[in-house]
Write a protein that binds this ligand. Structure first.
Ligand SMILES: NC(=O)C1=CN([C@@H]2O[C@H](COP(=O)(O)OP(=O)(O)OC[C@H]3O[C@@H](n4cnc5c(N)ncnc54)[C@H](OP(=O)(O)O)[C@@H]3O)[C@@H](O)[C@H]2O)C=CC1
Ligand SMILES: CC(=O)C(=O)O
Ligand SMILES: [Mg+2]
Length: 757
């Protein structure tokens, strides 16, 4: 979806609140005299002395190992040219934000007022004590080659000029995939490179390493085609000069070319140039912010064109953002001394391969496009794809190890992948996996409160995205009016008004009477209750007319759960239901139970809650690591709650020997394996942080999840009702559309699991 960026929006974005885009955030507490004494004088002297003894200790006691310097002198800022170091700062801060958001790497952006390459080399070299890596940015050619070369030789931390190598890697991956789509061989293609600067030269060298033939390429600079007979060529340009004396202008070069790579300046390519290219031409117009030819103009010239730009607002963004955060992530994680050719190639191959895998729901949503998939408009993954970190960083780290530039080794790749996911928070991954599973086999979901705008909007999305088949319960007139008012299209969706369904009312009322006649229910009351849409919806699920029920948006939890219990009831070997919340925090997902149903469960009831919750965690493809919570650690305090939770833990361990269960313990101990390793090494969770927290009573569960959601920056998904005989899921009063959709996806997957029962 193309978006239009206005000047005032861009300026407002940068000036509002704190000017700029970044700030420094402490990672240690600093609220007491003790903290101050540890962080600063006298405590700080201790790490200083340790580092003085051995420099490598800087990685242990300072932020160096995760800190990259983004360094520029502002001489080639995007395609804006030599606008100076101050003017380059927004770009460098931007790179810092991308490093942090996409790969959890901290950045100091450093803009240096110096053009002399030798002086720059000395300045940057002297920064080695501060940084774990150096990302050179927007330094113009040819000086950038000399600077990078010298720093690579003289520094012992990875140095990469992003405009050269980041661009080469990403555009190389896009080229490989584009050629595959048009069935052309890289050895045969005719390539025109526009620009002879940092990015153009490095990309061309990389393409040659991928197979492009020297004799098949023509490079063009500001003075036209770089020919061997031109007297003005420096050493770098001579490397690419063509001996074809008939080629002078860009127009000459473009005739019959298969691929155009632009890394020069905006709007210098015309539609005629593109028309003169070979069949199925590939145009990478990568100058920023204005490409060599406008995206829309280019695609209007011919239908067989594959077009890419460096911008975020058009399909096929070929931009080094897809590389540098993850390349440095992998390099830092094995403390690589360099980023070598093999690591670059491994990155390009990993990106090219990832593009052929199905696009996750979260990416479709982020770009408002559910058609994303490998092809002419999707050559490489999108920058907001959360799989990039787990694809590229391991490829880089592994190759660094294989090629002897790693100073530390990763041995447990699965754990490494989890750590990478944690760095960016895996919240969306969890739900996008559930949504993807729902879409594989959508189920009929009946909404008891369809006379509500939020429900209708959620139903629209669920229907459009094929997550499920909504059935809407409520007054038809009211529902149709709301649909019209909000310009929704639910014409293919079934609307049922229970009041009009006399036969069904009678049938459902009789069924309810049969179920509850010995609980004091009369036939008259049963018929009357069926007019309540939660009863009616639950009965549709019970009789197989629907696969799952969603209700509770406008009613208290107990008022919604009761009809479901009366009609559907609990699973055969279960005495009671329980409620679970998925708390998506920036440290990953945690599962909390019971947060909604059982006020003060006994030890045996807690055992049952543990069993139900563990099953639910497995349902999300995760291994449950259960901590039974209290205010004491393994008997450290006395009282009813520690006694009850210790007993529940012992019984649960016996009943579910296959599960990792530990307790009783305090919440911080449960999720901090270091505390456990040090103080309670016998704990089953000593090497495994808990992800499933079982609370001693409803008050503590409810308070914990609400506080975390309000002030802990965690998203609460749920409550997921556990233990029902058929899929019934109850929304929180006033849930958002996103929460409703999440709950429906869970309900659909829950219903899928009932297919096999
Ligand atoms: N999409 C992406 O990921 C990236 C895009 N870029 C973009 O690539 C461009 C170049 O960046 P970079 O290599 O760092 O900068 P440099 O200053 O090192 O190189 C710029 C090059 O463009 C050439 N050039 C300028 N105008 C023309 C013209 N009218 N015709 C032909 N060549 C021209 C210059 O030629 P001469 O040498 O003769 O002056 C020079 O070789 C920028 O627009 C930048 O935004 C860069 C990196 C990544
Ligand atoms: C993307 C980038 O680094 C540039 O345009 O310079
Ligand atoms: Mg750049």
């Amino acid at each position: 979806m193309a978006i239009k960026i206005r000047k005032e929006d861009a300026l407002g974005y940068h000036s509002q609140g704190s000017p700029g885009k970044i700030e420094v955030v402490p990672t240690k507490p600093l609220s007491s005299q003790l903290d101050l004494a540890l962080a600063y004088s006298p405590g700080v002297a201790e790490p200083c002395l340790e580092i003085a003894k051995k420099k490598e200790n800087a990685y242990k006691y300072t932020a160096k190992g995760n800190l990259v310097g983004v360094i520029s002198n502002g001489t080639a800022v995007l395609g804006l040219g030599d606008i100076g170091p101050e003017a380059s700062k927004p770009v460098m801060e931007g790179k810092g934000v991308l490093f942090k958001k996409f790969a959890g790497i901290d950045v100091f952006d450093i803009e240096i007022d110096e053009k002399d390459p030798q002086k720059l080399i000395q300045i940057i070299k002297s920064l080695e004590p501060t940084f774990g890596g150096i990302n050179l940015e927007d330094i113009k050619a040819p000086e950038c080659f000399e600077i990078e070369q010298a720093l690579k030789q003289e520094m012992h931390i990875p140095v990469m000029h992003d405009d050269q190598h980041g661009t080469a890697i990403i555009s190389g991956a896009a080229l490989l995939n584009a050629l595959e789509i048009v069935h052309k061989n890289i050895e045969d293609i005719r390539l025109v490179v526009c620009g002879a600067g940092a990015a153009a030269v490095s990309c061309t060298r990389f393409y040659m390493s991928l197979g492009v033939k020297r004799e098949n390429l023509v490079m063009v600079d500001i003075d036209g085609v770089i020919r061997t007979d031109r007297p003005d060529l420096d050493e770098v340009r001579k490397e690419f000069a063509t001996s074809r004396a008939d080629l002078h202008t860009l127009a000459d070069a473009m005739k019959g070319a298969d691929v155009f790579l632009g890394l020069s300046a905006g709007n210098i390519v015309s539609p005629e140039h593109i028309q003169s290219m070979a069949d199925n031409p590939i145009v990478f117009a990568l100058a920023n912010p204005n490409p060599e030819i406008d995206y829309n103009l280019a695609v209007s010239t011919r239908d067989d064109l594959i077009m890419a730009t460096g911008r975020s607002d058009f399909p096929n963004q070929v931009n080094n953002v897809l590389g540098f955060p993850y390349i440095f992530r992998g390099a830092l994680d094995v403390r690589a001394t360099a980023i070598n050719e093999e690591m670059k190639l491994a990155t390009a191959q990993a990106i090219a391969k990832l593009a052929k895998e199905p696009v996750p729901e979260i990416v479709n949503k982020a770009y408002g496009d559910d058609q994303l998939g490998f092809g002419r408009k999707y050559l490489i993954p999108k920058p907001l794809d959360p799989r990039l970190i787990t694809t590229i960083a391991p490829a880089v780290a592994r190759t660094a190890m294989e090629t002897g530039v790693a100073q530390t080794a990763i041995t447990d790749w699965e754990t490494y992948e989890l750590e990478l996911q944690e760095r960016i928070g895996i919240d969306q991954r969890l739900m996008s996996r559930v949504i993807a599973r729902a879409k594989k086999n959508p189920k009929r979901v009946v909404f008891a409160e369809a006379d509500n705008t939020k429900i209708l909007k959620a139903a629209q999305l669920i229907n459009d995205e094929r997550i499920g088949d909504p059935i809407l319960l409520g007054n038809k007139e009211v529902i149709l009016k709301l649909i019209e008012e909000h310009s929704l299209d639910l014409s293919n969706v079934q609307i049922i008004d229970p009041y009009e369904e006399l036969d069904r009312l009678e049938k459902f009322g009789n069924l309810l009477y049969q179920k509850r006649q010995r609980k004091g229910l009369t036939p008259f009351e049963a018929q009357k209750m069926m007019r309540d849409r939660t009863y009616f919806g639950a009965m549709m699920v019970e009789t197989g007319e629907a696969d799952a029920l969603i209700s509770g948006l406008t009613k208290d939890y107990p008022k919604t759960i009761l009809p479901a219990l009366h009609v559907i009831g609990v699973k055969q070997d279960v005495d009671r239901v329980a409620g679970m919340y998925i708390m998506n925090s920036d440290k990953g997902p945690y599962f909390f139970a019971d947060t909604t149903v059982n006020v003060d469960p006994t030890a045996d009831q807690i055992v049952e809650i543990i069993g139900l919750t563990a099953d639910a965690v497995k349902f999300f493809d995760l291994e449950p690591k259960v901590a039974v919570l209290s205010y004491s650690n393994f008997g450290s305090a006395k009282g009813n709650t520690p006694t009850k939770t210790a007993l529940a833990t012992a019984k649960a361990k016996e009943k579910f020997p296959e599960l990792i269960i530990e307790g009783e313990m305090q919440a911080n101990v449960a999720i901090n394996e270091a505390i456990q390793k040090e103080n309670y090494p016998f704990s089953a969770l000593a090497n495994k942080k808990a992800n499933t927290l079982i609370f001693p009573n409803l008050s503590s569960g409810n308070i914990a999840y609400k506080l975390l959601a309000e002030i802990g920056n965690a998203e609460a998904i749920g409550p997921v009702l556990l233990g029902m005989n058929k899929p019934v899921h109850i929304l929180q009063l006033g849930s958002s559309i996103r929460e409703i959709i999440n709950m429906v996806a869970i309900a659909v997957v829950d219903a899928q699991s009932h297919d096999n029962i």
